[in-house]
Design a protein around this ligand. Sequence first.
Ligand code: ATP
Length: 440
Amino acid sequence: MPATDMEQVVALCKNRGFIYQSAEIYGGFRSTYDYGPLGVLMLRNVKDAWWRTMVQLRDDVVGLDAAILGPPAVWQASGHLETFNDPLVDCRNCRERWRADHLEPDPKDGLVHCPNCGSTDLTEARAFNLMFKTHAGPVEDESTVAYLRPETAQGMFINFKNVLQTTRKKPPFGIAQVGKSFRNEITPGNFVFRTREFEQMELEFFVPPDQSEKWFGYWVEERFRWYTELGIPAEMLRIRPHEREELSHYSAGTSDVEFMFPWGWGELEGIAQRTDFDLTAHARASGETLDYFDQATGERYVPYVVEPAAGATRSMMAFMIAALDTDEVGGERRTVMRLHPRLAPYKVAVLPLSKKDTLTPVAREVLALLQPHMMCDYDETQSIGRRYRRQDEIGTPWCVTVDFDSLEDHAVTVRERDTTAQVRVPIDGLVDHIKALLPQ
Ligand code: ATP
């Protein structure tokens, strides 16, 4: 198992251009991050890999890209206005829940006690009013209040009827969305694990109510497999079913896919049985009928929802942590990020052996051959050894070296990241050679 500490990950992210502190030149904006030249590529790859598995390779899921700004009515109906509202603490002893701002420390010992059982074993205050509030338009009054979405899910529920009518899908079917969500987290931290602005990858899978349990099991398994297929060792992952007390207001059962972060187990994704909670709530509040009429059976029902909800930014960090490794090559220590090629920012780096004028045109020609097919880096600075190390560290699976023999034999050397094995490949077969190595 790769040994990784967080400082190493944070330093690599900054030094290699994956993730920067946001507004750094102004002293930084707390818990907000910008994705640099390599980070933007990798994050996109994570989202594309999710989309490929969840939408492209299936015929029972369609996509959606809904608005981030929404009117209060949506969040009123979804329960977010009510249940995201106050800083709450839970008593770990009797499980009672209290408004943190209603509790006073006991003058005798200075500690806050649970008003029910007297225990001092209370959780940290958690603000349930996690939503960012703003105003749409120039007037700042109650009529112009809008919210930034705290999850992408509601976009799928409020478009359920539209999608049903325009795609002619029938349950079981799903709507998938990838996009930004915002939560005014009280305790953000652990780098990009918990931020106030983040990206989610969510599927709302609508099923006949009596199939909800079956599909829940199916999606828990499927989602676990997605992470392992993209390179996270199974022993760094676990499925954790939620205790009854920690279930969200909409959930009849949730299991998390958790990852062994350097500080301990942390959630990557929650798979929840949202039942008919959301469709029923929006139907009631909007006056629209949000159900499904099954012509075959003559039955009308409100579908139940199974929701695998993952974090793109959080899982990108997990993929990096799982891939980061050190080994020894030719008696020298090297840092290597063994990213799955689908996730690696660059698939190939084109490296002319020297900066000599004679090599540059050939190297440029090789680059131009590869660029239409995949994301490539081009680097002619420093020694070849140092350039290999740099590519190893950022996870580039293959380096293509153009040397003086290339001028004669019209071939290049392809070096593989993990084994450092090298093969000679004719330039006119290079694209096919690399494409054959890329996972389909
Ligand atoms: P947590 O318990 O960690 O706050 P959650 O259970 O509230 O997460 P969900 O509402 O299930 O999270 O959201 C689905 C996924 O979105 C999470 O598994 C996580 O990957 C991601 N996510 C949620 N909140 C954040 C955040 N503040 N920063 C980064 N990613 C987040």
